[in-house]
Structure formats: C-alpha cells, structure tokens
Design a protein. Sequence first.
Length: 337
Amino acid sequence: MGHRVALLPGDGIGPEVADAARAVIDATGVAIEWVEGAAGRPAIEREGDPLPESVFAAIRETGTALKGPVTTPIGGGFQSVNVRLRKALDLYASVRPVRTMPGVPTRHERVDLVIVRENTEGLYAGLEHEVVPGVIETLKIFTEKACLRIAEYAFTLARRDGRRKVTAAHKASIMKMTDGLFLDCCRAVAARHPDVGYEEIAVDTLCMELVLDPTRFDVVLLENLYGDIVSDLCAGLVGGLGVVPGANVGAHAAVFEAVHGSAPDIAGKNLANPLALILSGALMLRHLGEHAAATRVVDATTAVLAAGRIRTRDLGGSAGTTDVRDAIVAALRGATA
Ligand code: NAI
C-alpha cells in the first residue's frame, strides 16, 4: 500500500532541495502520493499567511511531512513558521542524527550520535514582556509532563536503535528549579530503562567535550535552547549544515526537515547542498516503515560522496544541486538494475 506525505518546499533554497529529495525518494520505488502545500513566502503572496490552515490540514491528514526551510522575517510581522508548526502539531521531539560521511572533511572520524531536543518549552515558549522601560523579562517554562515525555522518547530511541547510553545536558547548578526538574525527570525515566546507560553533564562541559572527542557520546538529551545551540555545534563536527538531517516528531504527526535555513544568499542559483533534506527523507522512509528503501538512500548518498567527484560548493566541490540529485538517483537505479 502507498503512503501519503505532505510536501512543503518552503522558500529560499527550499524548492531546490525539496525537488532533489523528492526525486531521490521516488527513485527508491516506494509508492508515495505527495500532497503539496505552500509555506513561507509563496503562501504569504497567495494567502497572506506563511502557514495557512491548508498546510496544517495536509499534515494532520497524512501524519507525515517533508519540509523545506522557510524564511522568518526579522522584527515584527509573522511568528516563525517552524515554531508555529511545532506548537500547533505538538511536535515535541526534535531528532538530529549526526554522523561523519565519507569524503566530507572533518576534524573527527567515526562521529555517530543523536541529538534529542525538547521542542515545545523552555525559553522558546516565547513569553517575554517589558517589566518597566529598559527591563525585559523572558520566562523559562518547564513542565514535568514535557520533561518526562522527552526523556522517555530519548530512552525509547536508544533502545530501538541499539544505542548504549543517554547523556542528559543541563545547567542545574545555576537554574536549580527548571534544569533540576529536567534532571529529576531524566533520572526517573532512566530508572525504567536499566538496559540503557545514563549520565549527566553540564551543557558548557558538553560543548567542550564534543569539540575534543565527540565519539564518546551516543544519545544526547537536551532542553530546547541548549538543544538548538548544540545541534548546530554538532553539525559543524560532521561537515556543516548541508549534511545534517532532522525530524520533529509528535504523537500524531512527524515533520522531516534539514537543520539548515532558507539560505537566501544562494537561493535560486543551483548551489544548495540537498544532502540534508535527502537524508531527512531517509529518516522519513524509516518512520513510514520502509527500512530497506531508507538504507538504500543512505547507501547511495554515501557512495556518491565517497566517489568524491560530485559535491556542492559548501563541501569544497563545484557541483550543482541538480548534479547531486541526478548522481544519487543514478546510484539508486544502478543498485536496483
Ligand atoms: P541558513 O542555514 O539559511 O544559512 C547559513 C549559511 O549556511 C549561509 O551561508 C548559507 O548559504 C549556508 N547554507 C545553509 N544551508 C545550505 C545548504 N543546504 N547548502 C549550502 N549552503 C547552505 O541560516 P540563516 O542565514 O541564519 O537563516 C536564513 C533564514 O532561514 C532565516 O529567515 C531563518 O529564520 C530561516 N531558518 C529556517 C529554518 C527552517 O525552516 N527549518 C531553520 C533555520 C533557519
């Protein structure tokens, strides 16, 4: 039976990388009916809203979306499309596998870890106000429910993927109540999963340790703000934003998207690296139960990178987005021929 998936190309480089990801996924032969939706600039132009109700409806109905990046205008106006999507669909877990890829120059070899980030609370609740002129207050909200649920997600993922340990990052020495609650919840969930190792680390120490030796980490569990920052640090460990895939997962829907943004500086020039969204597509295939196809996408991507000829500019090459797309599609077709 086929799958229905919402496809949101987004704006900036979004349409270019989404086109590549769709072509690669279609080349696996998995039957997918794409339900296209407009988010970001095209949606503002058409409907006056970067995230119209039709997009929510498409994701709610299909349960799965592949999403290109969307520009967030700075200053007033529209709220971030990504924050709105995560809140409205309660996509509480952000998952980012971070792996070294052959042919992508990095400082460390054999990096293979997963960042699990709480996506709905903390300082990103967006609760700010002016107390008196010149004094602004931001609220950092943690709930036991959200902390328990993200910890459970991390341990379940570790168990499912045969990973050895979960490392919870915190700053409970300073934020004793919020980060303290986060740790209490992590410990309670760790006690329910004695087969998975558990350790705690201050988030500043984590950053240093990741730069020194990322291979000692396996699943790293963080609240929202720390997770956002550490995710980009980890992207830098394996070749940058162009190669790291991601997923935002909730109980009823999952949205698969690259870590990078809409890269307006290179949009429309066939320069964008599509690998991050293609690998997000592999995560999506796994989520849909298409494990063999997911493995084939990763293998074809790895083979193209290892051959070393076809790489975009961010990886030191001169290939275009469409060259990478065509090479991976050809590798997939060759593997099935
Ligand atoms: P960005 O990730 O778009 O770009 C940062 C730098 O990385 C730029 O020099 C860009 O050219 C390069 N880059 C990013 N992705 C690339 C790719 N696939 N291939 C080659 N080079 C790539 O971050 P920036 O500039 O901070 O944000 C631009 C816009 O994207 C903002 O409006 C931001 O809010 C939005 N954004 C959207 C996200 C999403 O929709 N998930 C995530 C992050 C940012």
